[in-house]
Design a protein around this ligand. Structure first.
Ligand SMILES: [Zn+2]
Length: 105
C-alpha cells in the first residue's frame, strides 16, 4: 500500500496514510480509503498485528489423559462461551493450528 494508491475495495477512493490504533496504546501505520473508509495495512504491519494478537493468547501446558493429551481451557474462556464438563466440542487441525469449536456455537 502506498499513499494515493487506488483503494482495492471500492476502486474509487484514494488511500491516505493514517496511524491506526490496533490495540490500546499501539498505533501502526495504515492506509485509509477516503471514500469507503476501509483501512489497509502493509504485509509487514499485518504480520506484526498477528504476532501481537497471538501473544495475547493464554499459554497452557498439555496434560496427559490416558493415551491422549488434553489442553486446559482457561476458566475465563469456558465462562465466556458457557462451556461445561462433558460438553461436546470439535477439535480440528487447521494450517498447523488447533481449532477448538464449542458444539453449540
Ligand atoms: Zn475504498
Amino acid at each position: 500500500m502506498i499513499e494515493n494508491e487506488k483503494c482495492p475495495k471500492c476502486e474509487n477512493g484514494k488511500l491516505h496514510e493514517v496511524f491506526d490504533e490496533v490495540e490500546p496504546g499501539i498505533k501502526v501505520e495504515s492506509f485509509k480509503c477516503g471514500k469507503c473508509s476501509e483501512t489497509w495495512y502493509s504485509q509487514e504491519i499485518m504480520e506484526k498485528i498477528e504476532a501481537m494478537q497471538g501473544a495475547k493468547a493464554e499459554q497452557r501446558r498439555l496434560v496427559k489423559v490416558g493415551n491422549s493429551i488434553a489442553a486446559i481451557i482457561p476458566a475465563k474462556i469456558a465462562k465466556k462461551l458457557d462451556l461445561h464438563e462433558k460438553e461436546k466440542i470439535y477439535v480440528e487441525e487447521q494450517n498447523g493450528e488447533i481449532l477448538i469449536r464449542a458444539s453449540k456455537v
